[in-house]
Design a protein around this ligand. Structure first.
Ligand code: ZN
Length: 239
C-alpha cells in the first residue's frame, strides 16, 4: 500500500488539488490527513469536502478544533481569530460537525497520526527539535508516527537524533520515527511549494514531495475574501 501523508492544508484549495493529483500520479491509494484542514486561507468549505471524500482518515488540528467550537479562540493571535471567525461562518453546520467529530489521534496499521504531540495531543505544543520530540517518542506504540503543526518537514528518532528528510529515505526496521510531513497550504521552511509525504509500506520507503501549484490564485483568493493581506503574501515565500 502506498499512502499520501498530508498536513496543514489550511483552506488552500489550489495547493490541495495539486498535492492530490501528484499523489495519485505516484500511485497513492490512501490519503491520511494530519489536521488543520481549515484556517488562514480562503477555501475552507471546498477543502473540507475534498478531505471528507478522500480514501483515508483525518485527525483533529487546533484550527479545526477552534472553528468547530471545541475550544475558545483566546490563545490565537488577533489576525488568526478574525480568520477563524470568517471560516466558521463559511462552513455549513454539517461541515462544522464533521470537524468537531475528528479524533485527536488515529492508528493506520503501523503508523499513528496526530497533529501536534503524542504525549498531549490537544495541548497543541510545537515539536521543532529532537529533544522536544522525546516525550512523543516515549508515548509512541507504533514504528511510525506522522505529525504536523510546525509546517516544517523532518524526521526525529529516539535518542536525540534527527534524520534529514531530503527526497527519499529508507526507514530501517526496529526503530521508532516521529515524522513531520510539512504543510500543504502554508509551508514555513522558506520553500513556497506544497509539502507532503509518500509512504510505501512494502518497501518502508518515505519520500518528501514538494509540489508547485498556482500560488498567485491562492493569494488572490485570500485578498478577495477580505482576509489579512499578509496571509496571502506569506504563501509566495513559504514563511
Ligand atoms: Zn497548522
Amino acid at each position: 500500500m502506498r499512502c499520501a501523508i498530508i498536513a496543514d492544508i489550511h483552506a488552500n484549495l489550489q495547493a490541495l488539488e495539486a498535492v492530490v493529483a501528484d499523489a495519485r500520479e505516484y500511485g497513492c491509494e490512501e490519503f491520511h490527513v494530519l489536521g488543520d484542514v481549515v484556517g488562514y486561507n480562503a477555501n475552507p468549505s471546498e477543502c473540507v469536502e475534498i478531505v471528507r471524500t478522500l480514501p483515508g482518515v483525518c485527525v483533529l488540528g487546533n484550527h479545526d478544533s477552534a472553528v468547530a467550537g471545541l475550544e475558545p479562540l483566546d490563545h490565537f493571535s488577533p489576525s488568526a481569530i478574525s480568520v477563524l471567525e470568517w471560516t466558521r461562518a463559511s462552513l455549513t453546520d454539517e461541515q462544522r460537525d464533521w470537524l468537531a467529530a475528528l479524533r485527536p489521534t488515529r492508528q493506520i496499521r503501523t503508523a499513528t497520526l496526530v497533529h501536534a504531540t503524542l504525549d498531549s495531543p490537544t495541548s497543541w505544543g510545537y515539536i521543532r527539535t529532537s529533544s522536544a520530540a522525546e516525550m512523543s517518542l516515549a508515548c509512541q506504540r507504533t514504528p511510525l508516527c506522522f505529525f504536523g503543526h510546525t509546517h516544517v518537514p523532518g524526521i526525529f528518532v529516539q535518542g536525540g537524533r534527527e534524520i534529514l528528510l531530503d527526497e527519499g529515505v529508507q526507514l530501517p526496521p526496529d526503530q521508532k520515527f516521529f515524522i513531520n510531513a510539512g504543510s500543504v497550504g502554508q509551508p514555513r521552511d522558506g520553500d513556497w511549494r506544497a509539502s507532503y509525504l509518500i509512504h510505501d509500506e512494502e518497501s518502508a520507503g518515505l519520500w518528501l514531495r514538494r509540489v508547485e501549484y498556482n500560488v498567485q490564485t491562492a493569494r488572490q483568493a485570500v485578498l478577495d475574501a477580505g482576509l489579512p493581506v499578509k496571509l496571502g503574501d506569506r504563501l509566495l515565500i513559504g514563511l
